[in-house]
Design a binder for this molecule. Structure first.
Ligand SMILES: [Zn+2]
Length: 154
């Protein structure tokens, strides 16, 4: 990203970029580990995703494997339909699925929440705990270490 581009950003956009960077740093330092090396077949991840949708009481979501420039995965809404794209290489691990699903749950429950803010981190923590990927206590400790706040959501 060019210095000119950063200079043009508004406060909200800069804060969003800052939060995304901080969450990404925390993930890489504390959560990723050898998960980064795993390539879980899409059909298994789809099965896990269906289980997550039931557990979090949200409608099934469309997921596909495709290139995601500059990221492991991406959550977005197109034509009113929520979708998750996962990079065939860097996004075929369980943590990326947890991260993108957490965006979906956050969007469904708290549509005004910031992309990588404290409310997102609350849902991300819940998803990781439900998957037995990272226990909530460990997720809290990781966030504390990196100065990231987790919201309290009812
Ligand atoms: Zn994200």
């Amino acid at each position: 990203m060019s210095a000119e581009r950063v200079y043009e950003m508004g406060h909200a956009e800069l804060r969003g970029l800052w939060e995304e960077t901080r969450v990404c740093e925390m993930e890489h330092a504390e959560l990723r580990g050898l998960w980064q090396e795993t390539r879980i077949p899409l059909r298994y991840r789809k099965r896990v995703l269906a289980g997550l949708c039931r557990a979090f009481n949200v409608p099934r979501i469309r997921v596909r494997s495709c290139k995601v420039p500059g990221a492991h995965g991406c959550y977005y809404v197109r034509d009113g339909e929520p979708r998750i794209d996962l990079c065939p290489r860097s996004g075929s691990d369980m943590l990326t699925l947890a991260h993108e699903f957490a965006h979906y749950v956050t969007h469904m429950r708290c549509p005004r929440a910031r992309d990588h803010g404290p409310t997102f981190l609350f849902h991300y923590m819940q998803v990781c705990d439900a998957l037995r990927l990272v226990p909530a206590a460990g997720f809290r400790a990781a966030c504390r270490k990196h100065g990231l706040r987790i919201a309290r959501v009812k």
